[in-house]
Design a protein around this ligand. Sequence first.
Ligand SMILES: *Cc1c(COP(=O)(O)O)cnc(C)c1O
Ligand code: SF4
Length: 530
Amino acid sequence: MEVESGTFLPGEDDYTRELFTVLFSGSNGTRPVPETLKEEAVRRMSEARQKGMTQPIIDLFAWLRDLKISQDLTPEQLGIEREELRSLAQKHREIDEHGVTVGGRLTRALPIVEMANSRVADYLRRKDEEAPSGIELWDRIGENIFRIREMLGMTEADWNSFQGQLKFAINSAEELARVISLPEDALRDLKVVTKHYRMRLTPYYASLIMPGKVNDPVLIQSVPTREMIDNAGVEIPPVAADHSPARLVDQFYPRVLTIKATNMCAMYCTHCLRIAHIGKKDRIYSREAYREALDYIRGNPRIRDVLVTGGDAFILPNDMIDWLLKELDAIDHVKVKRLGTRIPVTCPQRVDEELLDILEVSNEIKPLRVVTQVNTAQEITPVSKDAFRRISGRVSAVLNQAVLLKGINDTPVKMWKLCEILQEAYIRPYYVFNCSFRNPQFSHLRVPVEVGRDIIEGMYGNISGDAIPRYIATAGGKIPLHRDNLVRHENGKVILRKPWSGEEVAYPDADREIYAKEDYAFARYQGNTD
Ligand SMILES: *Cc1c(COP(=O)(O)O)cnc(C)c1O
Ligand code: SF4
């Protein structure tokens, strides 16, 4: 039971006292009050006296406050006595489980929520228009699917299988032109570019492209343009040897490394950071290559986290994934594994029960995460969401690594929407990479570092904390690019900045002297127990 201090009446606190001061200030009670208002006062009073409800009390006080501010009418002029309101304020505090006062709720908490709401009003108005998800676009995607299936002569079984999606994959400018109408000159350039850079779209991924939309976010991720050659010529830069201490292995951290288990993907991205590994031709790697990579891991007991990537790990046949995971699980010092794959996005038909069972068995032995890449809400469709739902039920986490790309996710509306839809699709936004300088082929898709900082910083306090990714530059390792919200130190306090409003708050720091003490908690009893 809380004991009220002497100067406070039950139901009161500073906020409530202030509220009463506002309600009962000034007016002399001589102005005529319309009967309708008096009747409303009676009605609201009786509602507020209802048993066990707080909302009618809040509504009453809010109404009275508005009348006072807008028309200078006091409760007394409406026939409501101060004592009656006092007892309602007391009742509010008594029935609220957490003892919240009328004044606290009305003058503090509700305005805080209103302020918060105003920060996302613009986003809520624009998100479905500017950044529609594949779920919202599903009807139009359905029309695309129908058209593409017809043009390619695919049966429904072809469409719904990984083999069908790969067999009918769109690999050339001519094939693409059959299913998507492109401007003449774009098509002409595409024929040139695809001589040097790989293009492949699964029919499913092609169906996510919205016809007629200039720079559709799925189109520019998958269909190369002339800029690739203009930016960088036709030579793909050689693989950076400095990160590969052993065959198939990339390592620059002590505890985690990657195995590039394949150079193939179901779809080739125009912004591929691994363009050098991907090369120009699909290649199958030998068991010897895998064995050497595994030997390197076995010989390095510091390695505890192994990321199997590519290319795309899910391009490997199920028995190969199974074998690799079993080999990794058999290494004592390997404690956690990751599979890097974009296939649930580019070809969700791949996610079959056999694969899911393999993932689950391995996850039961040691945690297995799936790391994917979704760059726009448009890539999350009912089908890919379902694939992610099924995967997420079998592994310890599904994480997303997006690349910040011009026109695709480089506004707050687009990025917030992406991160929210990811979370709704059972995926945890993990990283957003600033698109690297390293591969000049896609410099036309790069976004300045500060633009990304504004976008990510703007998410704090406005969307769920666990939908906020970390913003990273890749430059010989992943380097965080986040803003520092610690402004300065001042008299034992740190001055922090609220990312959503810029407001500074003083946060008392832990006392260094107290922190230095060894005799704390149970250590203080040592003398007594000897
Ligand atoms: C990205 C990456 C990792 C994993 O980094 P995390 O921050 O642990 O996700 C490890 N090795 C290489 C070579 C990488 O590129
Ligand atoms: S899925 Fe990954 S590795 Fe494959 S093309 Fe896209 S970015 Fe490159």
